[in-house]
Write a protein that binds this ligand. Structure first.
Ligand SMILES: C[S@@+](CC[C@H](N)C(=O)[O-])C[C@H]1O[C@@H](n2cnc3c(N)ncnc32)[C@H](O)[C@@H]1O
Length: 283
């Protein structure tokens, strides 16, 4: 009997198409795709080829060169982003936030109605933003006079939808250190093998799409900015320009957290290194 398997797409990625994709992704998102990432890029493009029912990566690249492809560009960016993240990743940042920053901010805001703003600027699937909420919730306690908000943004619309739902495989939480797991106040019953972050933490966060290399709609100021494990995808010029804009949005005495392998592209006159990838805005 004949079998009717769908024809496999041709996922060959030519050198020219690789160059074209790298240039397009750089222009759209500031992400630098180096030549040695060719196999990974091919695999990620293959997913879009399949989703669109196309027959080859070459056909997809040809489509991207047409005016009709404008609506596909966000999907291309969603496909090429690396979203790896974890709850309480780089734990020392959350300990610093909880033990040093929050008590200081709460004291400063004790005389008047206090506004506290924290930005998770490449939040991926939300683990970073929920870890921030979990680290601050206890300190805020019952202070009804506080106007506390977390803004969590990312360029990737698929990953943001997952972040906003706040539902994760339960096994992710099993590996967490026992002292931080209760802070997430998990609700059971989201689905088999899943757990959901409690509503009281979810409502502390606004998730929005934001491209770090485009104009930002917020006027700030922020008390704390997390920008972790995204600078590694940018070149020096892009990093320097984003950093200047972070500093302009940070209140004096505010904090910037970078990822473990990241550093400032060059010393910044208004940022002082005060801990492991923790910077304080000086003036
Ligand atoms: C590796 S994840 C880091 C997640 C989290 N900050 C952490 O450290 O665990 C990098 C995130 O940066 C996002 N990203 C890449 N380019 C971006 C851009 N131009 N604007 C905003 N987000 C971007 C990706 O979509 C991805 O979710």
């Amino acid at each position: 009997m004949a079998s009717f398997q769908p024809a496999m797409a041709d996922i060959t990625l030519t050198r020219d198409d690789m160059k074209f994709i790298a240039a397009l992704v750089y222009e759209q998102a500031g992400i630098v795709i180096r030549e040695h990432k060719e196999a990974m890029t091919r695999g990620r493009l293959a997913r879009r080829v399949k989703a669109l029912g196309m027959s080859s990566v070459a056909e997809y690249c040809a489509f991207l060169k047409t005016p009709q492809a404008a609506g596909e560009l966000p999907e291309l960016i969603n496909a090429v982003t690396t979203n790896h993240t974890a709850f309480f990743r780089e734990r020392h940042h959350f300990d610093h936030l909880r033990r040093e920053v929050m008590p200081r901010l709460l004291q400063e805001r004790s005389q008047r109605r206090g506004r506290i703003r924290i930005w998770s600027s490449a939040c991926s699937s939300g683990e970073e933003a929920y870890s921030i909420a979990a680290s601050c919730r206890e300190a805020i306690g019952a202070r009804g006079d506080l106007d506390f908000r977390i803004l969590a943004t990312d360029i990737d619309t698929d990953i943001l939808a997952r972040a906003e739902a706040g539902i994760y495989p339960a096994e992710l939480f099993e590996r967490l250190p026992p002292d931080v797991k209760p802070l997430l106040k998990l609700e059971p019953g989201a689905g088999r093998g899943e757990a959901r972050i409690a509503e009281e933490l979810r409502r502390m966060i606004a998730f929005k799409r934001l491209n770090l290399i485009e104009r930002w709609p917020m006027s700030g100021p922020f008390d704390v900015i997390f920008c972790r494990n995204v600078f590694i995808y940018f070149d020096t010029q892009t990093k320097a320009s984003i950093l200047d804009r972070f500093v302009a949005l940070l209140s004096p005495g505010g904090f910037l957290y970078l990822g473990h392998s990241e550093s400032l592209p060059q010393p910044h006159p208004h940022l002082r290194l005060i801990g492991r990838t923790i910077y304080e805005r000086t003036a």
